[in-house]
Design a protein around this ligand. Structure first.
Ligand code: UDP
Length: 341
């Protein structure tokens, strides 16, 4: 791998993508962000990176992009990524996510890009009955979202076999936290993730957090998840680029520790010093009771070792960002549209 690389980051204005862009820029790489800003935020892209607004559904946009740059690697984040939405509208996932990735892979192989990293998901494993989940756990996607990522993993498998494009598929567990220096964070609209919602309650923006079911077979009846700091995910992406000189790979990324929804809320109370009101609601369809990663393989192969493994630090960083940016990036797509009118 050349020491200095030109890296295309699709979805680089989104939550995990923007943290990877920051990590790449910090390590001296040239970064081109390609994002349609439907969910991403222009303000999350640093000045050091080149920003191209565009859509993977448009071959014309991709022709311009690949004509203007020669990429050493692609990190692919741009996608629809909500499990619940995918259960209501599978086409958005099984069609849009997959067709967009097919377009990108076609341009990547035509232009002989040697390395490709896919943002994949623990949802690939559905509802496994054995914990922790390692790379040999049976794949049985829990939703059209997970299925779309699995289909893209298979597309990449064949792009390696046929064209020799090496790829890494990184299956995240629950991405959380924010950049330790407080300049990047999580800002989804609508927000559906537990930690930002809990912090909204702490900040007085929502009256209470609804716990989706308290009758699961877990220590306190609420679901257990493996929360992984977004900067640790970013670190894994940058490390894996070097490994791709030799072979394609797939890794599960988590801390190997699970916390219940109640434990997350309790930790958020301790970190923020605020009251957080709770309501008990119904189970959310499709939620597995427990998801915990085994990341032994990525630790052994890449020397990856999460820098911020404890939940308190993860929530602390997310809270820091929240307090500095009470309205998020303030570049909400609808707000941009209103501004343009
Ligand atoms: N959760 C909850 N209330 C909410 C949002 C999430 O109880 O308002 C629970 C959800 O059921 C899951 C955990 O929090 O057990 C993490 O959910 P999230 O949507 O953040 O991530 P997921 O595990 O779905 O990827």
């Amino acid at each position: 791998m050349p020491h200095h690389q030109t890296v295309l980051v699709t979805g680089g204005a989104g939550f995990v993508g923007s943290h990877c862009v920051a990590e790449l820029v910090e390590r001296g790489h040239s970064v081109v962000v390609f994002d349609n800003l439907q969910q991403g935020h222009r303000a999350a892209v640093p000045d050091e990176a080149e920003f191209v607004e565009g859509d993977l559904a448009s071959p014309a946009a991709l022709t311009r992009l690949f004509g203007a740059f020669k990429f050493d690697a692609i990190l692919h984040f741009a996608s629809n990524s909500l499990v619940g939405e995918s259960m209501r509208d599978p086409h958005l996932y099984l069609h849009d996510n997959v067709v967009n990735a097919l377009n990108l892979v076609q341009f990547a192989t035509d232009n002989k890009v040697p390395r490709f990293v896919l943002s994949s998901t623990a949802n690939l494993f559905g509802m496994p009955d054995r914990m922790p989940i390692d790379e040999d756990t049976e794949i049985d996607p829990g939703s059209p979202y997970g299925e779309s990522k699995f289909m893209i993993e298979r597309i990449l498998h064949w792009a390696d076999k046929v064209h020799g494009m090496r790829s890494a598929c990184l299956r995240y567990f629950n991405a959380a936290g924010a950049h330790p220096d407080g300049h990047l964070g999580e800002d989804h609209d609508p927000e559906t993730h537990l930690i930002p919602l809990v912090l909204d309650v702490a900040a007085g923006k929502r009256p209470h957090i609804e716990i989706f079911g308290d009758d699961y077979p877990t220590v306190d009846g609420t679901c257990v998840r493996d929360y992984i700091h977004v900067s640790d995910l970013a670190d894994a992406h940058v490390r894996v680029l070097s490994a791709l000189d030799h072979r394609s790979c797939r890794y599960n990324l988590g801390n190997g520790r699970g916390y219940t929804v109640r434990q997350v809320i309790e930790t958020a109370r301790a970190v923020t010093g605020r009251d957080i009101q709770v309501r008990i609601g119904a189970r959310r369809p499709g939620d597995p009771p427990v998801l915990i990663a085994s990341s032994e393989r990525v630790r052994a192969d890449l020397g990856w070792n999460p820098r911020f493994p404890d939940l308190e630090t993860i929530i602390h960083h997310a809270w820091d960002w929240r307090r500095r940016n009470p309205d998020g990036y303030q570049t909400h797509p609808v707000r941009q549209l209103m501004a343009a009118v």
